[in-house]
Design a protein. Structure first.
Length: 208
């Protein structure tokens, strides 16, 4: 009976290792795609007049809210509309490139506030700002994207407000109120989180 149990354990371990190897290969591929996407975004914006910074690890792009909105307001400024009209076609061109589009599972537009004031007020403010950006980009009357690009983007975009749940800190560890008021564009890749979680589980079981 003991030998049978040991044999079953070895078979299970072999299966786990096979699954882990397969998932690791998928994860490596996804990491490679993300790296390529980040580089493609950096190449697109580094030499532009938009002064856009692309996060080297995640590919996230962050805008100071003052570019898009007046203080405590949720309606896009005319200068904000012009900025988005310059930014979005270039951003979409990269993410919907045939090399990457099948890997993109979601594009997130996130609104963030500083820590001044009530959490729920800031939640509503951040949500409305994220929605205003999404509406400007995806509205039928918008002509900054082609109809095909707009339809493709509608299948991917989510707009959400984060209130002050993710503030930005300065070098002294203090909350940077100006930097915390921001809108971020992020992307998620297909199966990325699922594979990461699976690998963590399998690695922990293997360690035991």
């Amino acid at each position: 009976i003991q030998e049978k149990t040991l044999l079953e354990q070895h078979e299970l371990l072999d299966k786990l290792q096979a699954v882990m190897s397969e998932q690791q290969e998928k994860l490596d591929n996804i990491i490679g795609v993300r790296s390529e996407l980040v580089e493609a975004l950096k190449e697109e914006f580094d030499n532009s007049s938009l002064h856009i910074s692309v996060d080297q690890k995640t590919g996230a792009i962050t805008f100071d809210s003052s570019i898009l909105f007046d203080y405590n307001k949720t309606e896009l400024k005319e200068s904000g509309k012009k900025f988005l009209a310059d930014f979005l076609p270039r951003y979409v061109k990269v993410l919907l490139d045939p090399r990457y589009k099948d890997y993109i599972s979601e594009i997130l537009i996130e609104g963030h506030t500083d820590t001044d004031g009530d959490y729920l007020f800031n939640l509503e403010l951040s949500q409305k700002r994220a929605y205003s950006v999404a509406e400007f980009c995806l509205d039928d009357d918008s002509n900054i994207l082609t109809a095909r690009e707009r339809e493709a983007l509608r299948e991917l975009v989510s707009a959400t407000g984060r209130s002050y749940s993710s503030p930005v800190y300065d070098q002294n560890g203090e909350i940077d109120m100006d930097a915390s008021r921001r809108v971020e564009f992020l992307f998620r890749l297909t199966d990325e989180e699922m594979i990461r979680e699976m690998l963590e589980i399998l690695n922990s079981e293997d360690a035991e």
